[in-house]
Design a binder for this molecule. Sequence first.
Ligand code: TXA
Ligand code: MG
Length: 351
Amino acid sequence: MKTKVMKAIGSLPEDEEVMKEAGRIIKSGGLVAVPTETVYGLAGNALDPSSSKKIYAAKGRPSDNPLIVHIADIDDLPVIARDIPEKAYSLAETFWPGPLTMVLKKTKAVPPETTGGLDTVAVRMPSDRIAHEFIKLCCPFMAAPSANASGRPSCTKASHVTEDLDGKIELVIDGGEVGIGLESTIVDLTGEKPCLLRPGFISKTDLEKVIGPVDIDPAVYNKNRPDIRPKAPGMKYRHYAPKGQLTIIEGPEENVISYISEECQKAGNKGLKCAVLAVSEDITRYNDILTIDMGSRADLRQISHNLFSALRKCDEEGAQLIFSGSFGSKGLGEAIMNRLLKAAGNRVKKV
Ligand code: TXA
Ligand code: MG
């Protein structure tokens, strides 16, 4: 199959041709990669089991890992979710459209192929204008996992998608770079108390301001406890991984910089190629080492925006050993560290 790439800007009539082509592909059961405000998604019709099967096949994703269903209109929610609690409507009112996914009980309209056999469905309403247009015009119930090959870093621009899925899907809609760069926050509303399953741009505190206390799935923090099974099945897999070995170095800034410098020197002597994911402020402090600029320490939005791109850059550069400092645990730092630790297979060195 030849994968087409078409540019869109998120407004009509300029995008009419793209949307026509995308609509034709979805109708015939094919797959289209679509930008959203978080990461690019690999879209198919969520109500069509064969389309969901194709998504799993294209990504090489285990079929027990359910897909998020994206909508553009709150009136469509009861088509796919039932017994919707009041808290879900409060969250939707505050955070939709936006980077929040809610797990709710599913209706029969959603086939088990889309939910990995679960009786629940994860739902999100994206705010990106191209995603919104696409859902409205082409695919009112858009099943879309992140558009990377399974295990690879998520895609924050169209070229990342073609890197992973060229020849496996019909169309990539190129909307340029996404804004946030990390996948949505996931909150489960099917239990007694709401429970955070995946940290993201919207923090636990943000959620609690609207619906009161929220639990955190213990699997989010107990990274080295294989006995604790995450409630979001996808969180159990190694993820976001660059090809080189990533280690996170934690400690006072001076110690971190000198440890990384020494390790890179030693590795270089052995003929190994190293890369450092560094904040802008520290770039000039690494001499003769390949550094990838993650943005300013003072602005975690820049770091989240650049994270997946930086991990892919390490692969492009052929880095065999990769080092990164830590980004704390407050606000967006929590979501950044969640992805970074996964990418590192939880390899952390304290200095
Ligand atoms: O920002 C995002 O959420 C992006 C964009 C494209 O919307 N999508 C995304 O999808 O990150 P994906 O498939 O890469 O991650 C979805 C996560 C997985 O960990 C999956 O296990 C979990 O959501 N999930 C989906 N349905 C679920 C359900 N019914 N119950 C619990 N977890 C669920
Ligand atoms: Mg993903």
